[in-house]
Design a binder for this molecule. Structure first.
Ligand code: NAG
Ligand code: NAG
Ligand code: NAG
Ligand code: NAG
Length: 457
């Protein structure tokens, strides 16, 4: 075929052929702006979208096409593709038989119809496959190619998408987002010195990658760099139990539990440009009669209480969540409810009773487990997104009661509370069965001990 002679003739031939044969079912990439594709030093690409098997994906296919064409030169620059590269041809086919997201083989991307039908905002995954196509690495491990691709995707294409901080069970060889997070950390840490991503990419492209590259560029092995990062991300938990040396093993349990749960809390409460607190000072106080309270970065625990409740690490988890929240505004009941929501529904295991249905005389403004119960009801009924929005509003100081109607189709917080109370007192439609496992006595006891004293904070 003489298609590569000029963009225009290529466009015409393809359009004609495809219109005749496929009756315009196949969207041809010749719609590409000629200026973009032939500008010297830019990297031209032709992308053919094939959604014959799922015509309802036309709008999405158009969006993918436009976005990939627009981003190709920028990404190719990032990956230092030589400017003289001839026009590249990529085809993207949506296949109903493909059960996963997207896969690249040669110069063909197959996207899963089932996946994209329900994820029509996910152009990012197509950008990822485009980057993998551009990479065309001669050597280097897969996790690194994945990590570089996700690094470009999440820190350049979708910088609003905040990646999770790796947890202690992750490793840089996990690839994808974990490796991307690691690369971004290194870029920020060493950017005055060397751009590690540039060198890794260059060696993989040229087929000269080996593990000594990390040392050559950053003076440390990749394992050392990873360990440095994990140490710098881990919380520092300083526990003073000198008032009660017998609490030594409790202190050790608190230390290891808070350390391992810390990344989860930071990730669930993350917002853009927010640096979470990582130093926590815990003091056991023999003169304090309650459970625990906090102030600044300090948590005070009552010796008397913890001596007899050495399994109640959850109350310290609650305290750590409150410290990480660091909210600029918002009502206290909500901060308490969010903390107890994460504590009870995501930290505590099944042995710990969940919050029970609030009684007739309680209200969401009681905070703690009552508010947590409401948030859990809303999450089950409406999905989790609102939790991020509430957290963000409180964190950034933008909370006001108007946020509820905005998040819940006009319903105020009082409407939502009444809705929940109605729903949960009608026995027939009550799906939250776990609360039946708790006796009211257990509930009262745990509620009182855990909470009325913690509320002193
Ligand atoms: C487009 O995809 C369908 C399968 O979904 C396939 O049968 C057809 O050959 C493809 N067309 C082109 C030009 O690749
Ligand atoms: C690793 O790569 C560097 C740079 O390309 C090269 O100088 C070195 O000889 C390689 N080492 C091994 C063990 O392959
Ligand atoms: C907490 O654990 C870390 C390591 O996991 C350790 O370095 C630190 O000394 C411990 N702190 C206390 C108070 O036990
Ligand atoms: C939230 O408040 C900050 C100032 O604290 C402001 O810059 C930001 O635009 C606000 N965001 C929204 C969504 O109102």
């Amino acid at each position: 075929m003489k298609c590569s002679v000029s963009v225009r003739s290529y466009h015409c031939i393809l359009s004609l052929v495809f219109h005749l044969i496929f009756n315009a079912a196949l969207l041809e990439a010749g719609t590409v702006d000629k200026d973009v594709t032939v500008k010297p030093g830019r990297n031209p690409i032709q992308i053919h979208m094939n959604y014959t098997a799922a015509r309802d994906l036309k709008d999405f296919a158009d969006k993918v096409h436009a976005t990939l064409i627009e981003w190709y030169p920028r990404l190719a620059d990032e990956l230092s593709l030589p400017p003289s590269t001839p026009i590249k041809h990529l085809s993207i086919t949506f296949d109903p038989g493909f059960e996963r997201v997207a896969i690249l083989t040669g110069n063909k991307i197959v996207g899963g119809v089932k996946y994209y039908r329900t994820h029509q905002d996910d152009v990012g995954s197509m950008i990822y496959t485009l980057i993998r196509y551009i990479q065309d690495y001669k050597n280097g491990p897969d996790w690194l190619a994945q990590g570089i691709a996700d690094y470009l995707r999440f820190y350049i294409f979708e910088p609003h998408h905040l990646l999770d901080m790796p947890s202690p069970k992750d490793k840089y060889t996990d690839g994808y987002r974990v490796t991307a997070y690691f690369l971004n950390y290194l870029v920020n840490k060493f950017n005055m010195k060397q751009d590690i991503v540039y060198w890794l990419n260059k060696h993989c492209r040229e087929g000269t990658y080996n593990h000594t590259i990390w040392v050559a560029v950053l003076d440390e092995t990749v394992d050392e760099l990873w360990a440095d990062m994990m140490t710098s991300l881990a919380p520092i938990i300083d526990i003073d139990y000198s008032a009660a040396p017998d609490l030594k093993s409790l202190a050790r349990n608190i230390n290891s539990t808070l350390t391992s749960f810390y990344p989860t809390v930071v990730n669930t409460l993350k917002t853009a440009n927010f640096v979470p607190r990582k130093y926590f000072k815990i003091i056991f106080d023999g003169k304090y009669d309650g459970v625990a309270h906090f102030n600044g970065n300090q948590i005070v625990g009552g010796v008397r209480y913890y001596r007899t409740h050495q399994d109640d690490i959850g109350s310290m988890v609650y305290m750590m969540i409150r410290l990480i929240q660091d909210y600029k505004n918002g009502p206290r009941w909500l901060a308490q409810g969010i903390a107890d929501y994460w504590r009870f529904y995501h930290y505590e295991d099944s042995r710990k009773p969940k919050p029970s249905v609030p009684g007739r005389h309680s209200k969401y403004t009681d905070g703690f487990q009552v508010a947590a119960y409401l948030l859990h009801y809303l999450e089950r009924k409406y999905g989790k997104i609102f939790l991020d929005k509430l957290n963000q509003a409180c964190r950034e100081g933008n909370y006001s009661d108007d946020i509820w109607p905005k998040l819940f189709g006009g319903k105020t917080i009082d409407n939502l509370w009444n809705e929940m109370m109605k729903y949960d007192s009608g026995s027939g439609n009550n799906r939250f069965t776990y609360k039946r496992h708790i006796t009211s006595h257990q509930q009262r006891t745990s509620f009182k001990i855990d909470y009325f004293s913690t509320s002193l904070n």
